[in-house]
Design a protein around this ligand. Structure first.
Ligand code: GLN
Length: 482
């Protein structure tokens, strides 16, 4: 029936022809999840999944149709869900069950997608390796010694291993694109404001954006179609008419102008990733795209800007975890202040504590102007870089990550090395631009490499089609780990 790594489109066709039921597809995923050793899931509730699947089958039996009606889907455990726990990968929320569904969860459920469980992630989405999860690291299905990337590592590993055909993710500074690249699957981070943040446990609110991880670019477009749209419950949600993100699929990319930033091919880029990305760019040339070298001169400044702004917002967002409103509370304490301190010291892991400290520092009196305001100015310059290049090119292309996935544990104690690895994903995040990661081959140790495509603001349809055209002439996205 449904082989591992079937696309949503293929599964919907099976449902459509009556060759499989939603219950069968969901049961298949549940069986693979329970047999898996990847630690990709934090919470699985088979009865809830099967109830949703039965409901989808009933809707189909009544004649309802839809690209997502009855297909299985996993949610990153940053999106809150009724029924399943919502932990954000943190001890703080280890046993938390939300009284409501995140908007993305609600919308995908309304479209008939069946939730197969909650995927593991770095704590509060802070990290790029999935090693900062209270629930333990996720393993990369291509090589169990390797990280899957992060913070949406569970989602990417689950799709790569065929535990779920697609999953939601969130991307603050690369958390959809980077794990998608490292696991050899397709990831789409939409323009900031496209997808409601309501019910997505906040990390850095001016950057956080929900998106999709799937086998194909086409599936990402389908998922985005269901997820996107104005939501009054998110004050930065953008009001735009509904769009079909798949409307450009199949249109020739002859003449498409792709800018290749020279700053993305500097010293830190490893030879194996460079070779795979250059081969992918050659493929685009063969498809008729016009490639030109461009410059995004502020690229290097993305790291200091991001690692001031994101922790600043995180320190503010995480102040709600005080042991009173919800989540963990220390058992023993002397007074109220002591209760706060112990609760937060016990409930947060090392990386989260580090960021809260940095964030509080850069926001404090006397440092705000020196760090936070400066970082905001850099952010503007970075966005201006893109504004300028998008006057002459339609897309920007380059690597997602300077290296393939590294070994679990190898740099976990070295935060700066981890932060530096975000160099190619942070600029689009700071500018709020849509970006994708498209499987583009393999590097050292047979570990996957992703090609990053960055589009103009709200130009997801063109972005997705550029990825789709590449996937029509390559099969990297269809390869499966042994
Ligand atoms: N790796 C980056 C960080 O640690 C990005 C994380 C994300 O996008 N959620 O902040």
């Amino acid at each position: 029936m449904s082989g591992a790594r079937a696309s949503l489109r293929q599964l919907a066709a099976l449902l459509e022809r009556g060759e499989a039921s939603a219950v069968e597809l969901a049961s298949d995923c549940l069986a693979r999840i329970s047999a898996s050793d990847l630690n990709a899931f934090i919470d699985v509730q088979p009865e809830l999944t099967l109830a949703q699947a039965r409901a989808a089958d009933t809707r189909r039996a009544r004649g309802e149709r839809g690209a997502l009606l009855g297909v299985p889907l996993a949610h990153k455990d940053i999106c809150v869900t009724r029924g399943w726990r919502s932990t954000a990968g943190s001890k703080m929320l280890e046993r938390y069950v939300s009284p409501f569904d995140a908007t993305v969860v609600e919308r995908l459920a309304a479209a008939g997608a069946v939730c197969v469980g909650k995927t593991n992630c770095d704590e509060f989405a802070m990290g790029g390796s999935n090693e900062h999860s209270h629930f333990g690291p996720v393993r990369n299905p291509w090589d169990r010694a390797a990280i899957p990337g992060g913070s949406s590592g569970g989602s990417a590993a689950a799709v790569a291993a065929g535990l779920a055909p697609a999953a939601t993710g969130t991307d603050t500074g690369g958390s959809i694109r980077q794990p998608a690249a490292m696991c050899g699957v397709t990831g789409l981070k939409p323009t900031y404001g496209r997808v409601s943040r309501h019910g997505m446990i906040a990390y850095a609110s001016s950057l956080d954006q929900g998106g999709a991880i799937a086998v194909t670019a086409e599936d990402c477009a389908t998922l985005l179609g269901a997820m996107a749209g104005f939501d009054a419950r998110d004050s930065t949600s953008v009001e735009r008419p509904p769009e079909d993100f798949a409307r450009e699929l199949g249109r020739s990319i002859e003449g498409l102008r792709i800018g290749v930033p020279r700053e993305f091919f500097g010293e830190g880029l490893s030879a194996d990733v460079r070779a795979a990305v250059e081969a992918a760019l050659a493929q685009y040339r063969a498809l008729g795209a016009v490639l030109t070298e461009i410059s995004l001169p502020q690229t290097e400044l993305a790291i200091p800007a991001y690692y001031v702004i994101a922790p600043a917002e995180a320190s503010s967002n995480l102040s709600r975890f005080d042991g009173v409103r919800y989540g963990h509370r220390a058992e023993r304490y002397e007074d109220l202040h002591d209760m706060y301190c112990r609760t937060r010291a016990e409930g947060f892991g090392a990386e989260v504590r580090r960021r809260v400290l940095v964030g509080t520092y850069v926001l404090s009196h006397g440092y705000y102007d020196a760090y936070y305001l400066q970082a905001q100015k850099l952010r503007r310059l970075i966005a201006d870089d893109f504004r300028r290049v998008f006057e002459t090119v339609d897309l920007v292309a380059g690597p997602v990550s300077p290296t393939v996935a590294w070994d679990i544990g190898s740099i976990v104690d070295d935060p700066v090395s981890n932060y530096l690895a975000d160099i190619y994903t942070l600029p689009a995040s700071l500018a709020g631009l849509p970006g994708m990661s498209v499987p583009a081959g393999f590097g050292r140790g047979g570990r996957p490499v992703g090609l990053q495509l960055i589009g103009r603001w709200f130009d997801e349809a063109r972005l997705v089609n550029a990825a789709h055209c590449f996937q029509q002439v390559t099969d990297w996205h269809l390869r499966r780990p042994a």
